[in-house]
Write a protein that binds this ligand. Sequence first.
Ligand code: GLP
Length: 246
Amino acid sequence: MVIKMKIIKAKDYNDMSRKAANIISAQVIMKPDCVLGLATGSTPVGTYAQLVDWYNKGDLDFSGITTVNLDEYKGLTKENDQSYYYFMHEHLFGKVNVKPERTFLPDGTEPDSDKACSDYNKVIADVGGVDLQLLGLGHNGHIGFNEPSEIFEAETHCVDLTESTIKANQRFFASIDEVPRQAYTMGIKTIMQAKKILVVVSGADKAAIVKEAFFGPITPKVPASVLQLHNDVTVVADEAALSELK
Ligand code: GLP
């Protein structure tokens, strides 16, 4: 097996954000009607801020792109400031000229999980697949909300969030009781079908999982490890996140 994963070392969080934004902006410039797969979490916030900055300077045009997000909490409305819909509008969609009708997330307000997931699978199929998928990395190796499991789930599915993820995301909510227990997430097959994948990782608290996911065994117990099998993955990580690698 030839592993083609590229690891780009950034000095710090800001440098990681600029490098990642450069890769995304190259994609948008090369293919103005591309489909971007987008991620939430705290790691890509700086990447989005950099893209917005370049947009404001007239260097980027998002009018032709389509976006599909990885995941959404089940049960949160679009107006809830912890929904991923709200996050995307705060950090990107509301600040650049992407067409609102070309931005897609799973519908967290759909109580019927089967319907929410099959609707989202149809969206992904209709947009024709993802050109560049941005990913963060959970402390337990999750990507999107694909939590450690016995199997790789192929398509959009409803997940029960693990205790560690609920605790990790507690910082965004008033109390742990308010953190949703379930989410809808794009599946591993869909993520792996993206033409290119860009992973952003920052901080010493991610160093152990970076080593495990990208240099350990490929297993659904560490969902991000499957990325070792993709032939166009770029990891942009800061020195702290790479500190356990030789
Ligand atoms: C969240 C999201 C993921 C994200 C991950 C890491 O729960 N569902 O898409 O990549 O956890 O988040 P952070 O970047 O805040 O560490």
